[in-house]
Design a protein around this ligand. Structure first.
Ligand SMILES: Cc1cc2nc3c(=O)[nH]c(=O)nc-3n(C[C@H](O)[C@H](O)[C@H](O)COP(=O)(O)O)c2cc1C
Ligand code: SF4
Length: 426
């Protein structure tokens, strides 16, 4: 039996998400009251001690980000800090942030206000994927009600701390989910990435210290404030504490989402949480982390689903997307759609990615048609993607190597020999 936890999903399906009263009846905004009674440094300290790591993909320490943002010095006399919530959710196979925003929008708002208090941010933005109509409606409603109840705006709950949060909409660019590109977009500029460093904690939105976190990450903060860092650390693994929402799709009986402890095995996610393989077909592979993710084969079914265990195996946890493939699915076809996706989403700013993503698609096309020289085409794909990983300007161009290398590592025989066939699992 797998225990499902309720931290980020604690009220989803249990309250009317449009009602702030429902949220408050279940302890909502108590964490904010508690946080505002402590010095802001304590909030940052508690989050750091909890070991919470970013749920947007990279897994960076949330506490450290807050520390850097709050400590960043200001160039101008009047120091403005920003908080930005990344709700762009563009990674294929990922739909966890939408569940939170649609089902429990106040949890995100409360987490964001607490985080803003921690770093001293007076202005916040939630950058929501434009197609997420229901999320936008729910968050807009939650912000308005939070204002009326004094949880947002001037002098929040008489604490002297003030914060306003605005919604901004993404316009469908995958790259605009990348934090620095997102900041460009927020500033009204074209969605081109910036060079790092400086990092947003130092120089972010409009050049000011900016804390940027994912929806799921921020939604953990109220529970950490109430239950404490030690309680939180009891969940998950030593280096990846807490819970994670996994979104499971593909050839499983019950596609959907679940919030479980970090460190759950891939096998438990597929066979217990998602009810097993569709039509009892044999498992072939899972693509973990979406398009910017890695394939894992049957021999890794017992792998612990946490940041570090997966990294040790050359895989990534990423956003928590788990796309399951039965034995009739073609790795080549999946790779084809991943590479076409990157070609489509490349912003074209740098040559290695603008030209490289196209070359990868062309190479795969050759591989699909080749009877001989398949091995050469595979080697060329690896070479090209590794070159891009070293030379592309931003993480988008550095990502195709993940899927390519993992496909070649575990499924080279299939890539070398198998003809492309249509899936029969649908
Ligand atoms: C191409 C690309 C797209 C990304 N898209 C998203 C996204 O849609 N949502 C998200 O939260 N993070 C996304 N990220 C990760 C962000 O850059 C960043 O790591 C995240 O917002 C940090 O928040 P966290 O520390 O809470 O995870 C993306 C990264 C890349 C390279
Ligand atoms: S790596 Fe790709 S997405 Fe990133 S700047 Fe270069 S062209 Fe644009």
């Amino acid at each position: 039996m797998i225990t499902e936890y309720n931290i980020a999903l604690r009220n989803v399906g249990k309250i009317n998400p449009a009602s702030i009263q429902d949220y408050m009846d279940r302890g909502g905004y108590e964490a904010l009251k508690k946080a505002l009674q402590s010095p802001s440094e304590k909030v940052v300290h508690d989050i750091t001690k909890s070991g919470l790591r970013g749920r947007g993909g990279a897994g960076f320490s949330t506490g450290l980000k807050k520390k850097y943002t709050s400590q960043a010095s200001c160039v101008l006399l009047e120091c403005m800090r920003y908080i930005v919530c990344n709700a762009d959710e563009g990674e294929p196979g990922t739909f966890k942030d939408r569940i939170i925003m649609e089902g429990d929008p106040h949890l995100l708002v409360e987490g964001m206000v607490i985080a803003a208090y921690g770093v001293g941010a007076e202005r916040g933005y939630i950058y929501i994927r434009g197609e997420y109509h229901q999320s936008i409606t729910m968050i807009r409603n939650a912000l308005a009600h939070a204002h009326v109840h004094g949880f947002l705006g001037n002098n929040i709950l008489g604490s002297g701390f003030s914060l306003d949060i605005e919604i901004k909409l993404g316009a469908g660019s995958y790259l605009c989910g990348e934090e620095l590109t997102l900041l460009e977009s927020l500033e009204g500029k074209r969605g081109y990435p910036r060079i790092k460093p400086p990092f947003p904690a130092e120089s972010g939105l409009f050049g000011k210290p900016t804390l940027i976190n994912n929806v799921e990450t921020l939604s953990h903060i109220p529970t950490i404030m109430i239950n404490g860092a030690r309680w939180y650390r009891q969940l998950g693994t030593e280096t990846s504490p807490g819970t994670k929402i996994f979104t499971i799709s593909g050839d499983v009986k019950n596609p959907g989402y679940a919030e479980v402890e970090m460190g759950v095995s891939l096998s438990d996610l597929i066979y217990r949480v998602a009810g097993g393989m569709k039509d009892e077909r044999p498992f072939k592979a899972a693509l973990l982390g979406g398009a910017a993710g890695t394939f894992v084969p049957e021999s890794l079914l017992d792998v612990s689903m946490d940041f570090d265990a997966l990294k040790e195996k050359g895989a990534v946890l990423g956003s928590g997307a788990v796309i399951v493939m039965c034995n009739d699915q073609s790795i080549l076809m999946m790779l084809d759609s991943i590479l076409r996706f990157f070609e489509h989403e490349s912003c074209g700013k740098c040559v290695p990615c603008r030209v490289g993503t196209k070359q990868l698609v062309d190479l795969l096309e050759k591989l699909k048609g080749a009877d001989d020289k398949r091995s050469d085409h595979i080697d060329a794909l690896v070479y090209q993607s590794e070159l891009m990983a070293k030379t592309a300007l931003c993480p988008l161009g550095q990502s195709p190597v993940l899927a390519i290398n993992s496909a070649v590592r575990y499924f080279r025989d299939e890539l070398e020999t198998t003809q492309i066939s249509q899936s029969r699992c649908r």
